[in-house]
Design a protein around this ligand. Structure first.
Ligand SMILES: [Cu+2]
Length: 192
């Protein structure tokens, strides 16, 4: 009989806590994600909102009231730990980004070796480089050099503004590249 009373009290607390949580959430974070996603947000690196403590308390009270074993809670915490763990980047192939900065269609970037950012990049065999054109003009990413022309290893053809091009480097070596439209634009990929 006592346990039934406890359960009833716990349910009442849960209902009140949920109500307070929703009210606080609606009052303080009007243009944020729906209330349902508030507990998910606590698992990310974002700072806690005011509504989150209420939601956590409500969830705990609910679980207690349902008189389930603690197994479920432990399982949830494990899942949180896994989902917030960083991706395994050291073991597998990576994709590395190179930006084609704005304004590189006019000479000048070559004086600071900034026609590609970064202009020199070291990766491991199997990695992929993704060039993204942040300029409004079209550019190419073409293996070779302005002096000797295309080497034939890779060639993006024209990359329009906002578009990107990827190449996977399976073999170690030093790969010079340039832009066929703007021959002052040169870069290098070192593949280990
Ligand atoms: Cu260019």
């Amino acid at each position: 009989m006592a346990s039934i009373d406890k359960a009833a009290i716990a349910f009442s607390i849960a209902i009140v806590a949920v109500g307070v949580g929703f009210a606080a959430f609606a009052g303080n974070v009007q243009d944020n994600a729906p209330a349902v996603s508030a507990p998910v947000m606590t698992k990310t690196m974002e700072p806690k909102t005011q509504a989150d403590p209420f939601a956590d308390i409500a969830n705990k009270v609910k679980q207690d009231a349902a008189s389930t074993t603690t197994e479920e809670t432990v399982e949830d915490e494990k899942m949180v730990g896994e989902s917030s763990a960083p991706m395994e980047e050291s073991s597998g192939p990576e994709t590395v980004s190179v930006e084609i900065p704005k304004g590189t269609s006019s000479p000048g970037c070559e004086t600071s070796n900034a026609c590609f950012s970064p202009a020199s990049l070291t990766i491991n065999a199997g990695d992929t480089v993704e060039w993204t054109n942040g300029d409004t003009a079209a550019h190419t990413v073409t293996s070779g050099s302005p002096a000797n022309g295309p080497s034939g290893v890779f060639d993006s053809s024209l990359i329009m503004g906002g578009a990107s091009f990827e190449n996977t480097f399976d073999e170690a070596g030093s790969y010079d590249y340039f832009c066929m439209v703007h021959p002052w634009m040169v870069g290098n990929i070192q593949v280990n």
